[in-house]
Design a protein around this ligand. Structure first.
Ligand code: FEC
Length: 310
């Protein structure tokens, strides 16, 4: 039997608990410690979601389910390894483990669908550096924002969220697809990230025949430089001013429940909507939903097929 492919499943990472928040934040900031005020603010946000840090557990479930799904099919056998950007086991730790296990062929998959040099590019750089001298030999899935199987699952999530609205609300709702904001200069550098979010939104709207939809950027960093906009909060306020009774937020740039969903949308953006007098309904996160896992398995199979064809 052929040697299994090492599937490197990469995610953002999360603190291991409240005591790990400072280390984590310092890592996100490239080794610079945050100011006491910024740290306090982050601690407050984690406290507001009950000091839960579900991302690592959910990623584990996603990776296991993906490995099982791929190994149950006719395609290539895989062994999944998990590596994070900002918490252990880091991407480099996972690559080292693959090497210890004798993996010679690796495929890198980031659990975020849209490519930016600053997001997916950062994961790929880490894995490449770790594998440079002694392998494994890697290929990377650059983005999967427009994979039809993923778009089908997303569209179904939006359909379900709209079902929860009253008929009146549905008649004048606005569907918003969101991703994590990044510094606005990436747009001038020709980065594909903004265009990919737009493409996801248009494809989902097309599947559902939506007339009222748009994109918004969420969770911008707290730095002085301009970030991609418009920010979600502003779009929600404008939706209220324009007479929409509800907004349906689909955070399609993320695949799991974590701070950026449970705080930034469920608490912050929902608070803005409430004050503006409209309803905010959010699509359920993908997490380890079997339909999402089947879609991811297709993404991996298509990539392996394409790289083997050369
Ligand atoms: O629940 C958790 O513990 C982790 C949630 C989490 C996810 C996530 C995903 C992305 N980020 C991206 C870019 C940036 C940039 C900066 C930045 C800062 C933070 C901070 C926290 C945080 N991020 Fe994050 N991100 C998550 C959490 N992120 C906490 C620091 C405090 C704050 O600003 O809120 C700014 C860095 C700097 O200050 O220099 C840039 C992108 C994603 C989506 C793609 C991916 O998942 O990799 C892009 C989940």
């Amino acid at each position: 039997m052929a040697e299994p492919i090492g599937l490197l499943v990469m995610h953002y990472g999360t603190p291991s608990g409240p005591d790990d928040v400072e280390r984590y934040y310092t890592d996100i900031r490239g080794g610079r410690r945050p100011s006491p005020e910024a740290l306090e603010d982050l601690r407050r946000r984690y406290a507001a979601i009950g000091n839960t840090f579900p991302l690592a557990r959910i990623t584990q479930q996603q990776a296991e389910a993906l490995e099982n799904e791929l190994n149950a099919g006719d395609g290539p056998r895989v062994h999944a390894y998990i590596g994070a950007k900002h918490s252990p086991p880091f991407v480099a730790d996972a690559v080292a483990e693959m090497r210890r296990d004798g993996v010679s062929r690796g495929v890198g998959l980031v659990l975020a669908p849209h490519y930016s040099r600053m997001s997916i590019g950062g994961y790929i750089d880490r894995a490449r550096r770790a594998a440079e001298a002694e392998g494994p030999r890697f290929t990377f899935i650059q983005s999967w924002h427009d994979h039809p199987a993923f778009l089908d699952v997303l569209a179904e999530r939006v359909r379900q969220a709209r079902e929860r609205l009253t008929e009146d609300e549905r008649r004048s709702d606005l569907v918003l697809l969101t991703a994590h904001s990044l510094p606005a200069r990436i747009a001038d550098e020709g980065d594909p990230y903004p265009g990919q979010l737009r493409a996801t939104a248009e494809a989902v709207a097309g599947r559902l025949g939506l007339e009222r939809f748009g994109t918004a950027w969420q969770s911008a960093g707290r730095t002085p430089e301009p970030w991609l906009g418009p920010p979600l909060e502003e779009v929600v306020e404008k939706a209220a001013a324009d007479g929409h009774a509800a907004v349906v937020v689909c955070p399609c740039g993320f695949t799991a429940d974590h701070l950026e969903i449970l705080y930034d949308i469920d608490i912050e953006a929902r608070g803005v909507a409430g004050r503006a007098g409209i309803r905010l309904e959010r699509t359920e996160s993908m997490n380890a939903d079997p339909a999402f896992i089947r879609a991811l398995a297709e993404v991996v199979r298509d990539h392996v097929g394409a790289t083997e064809r050369g």
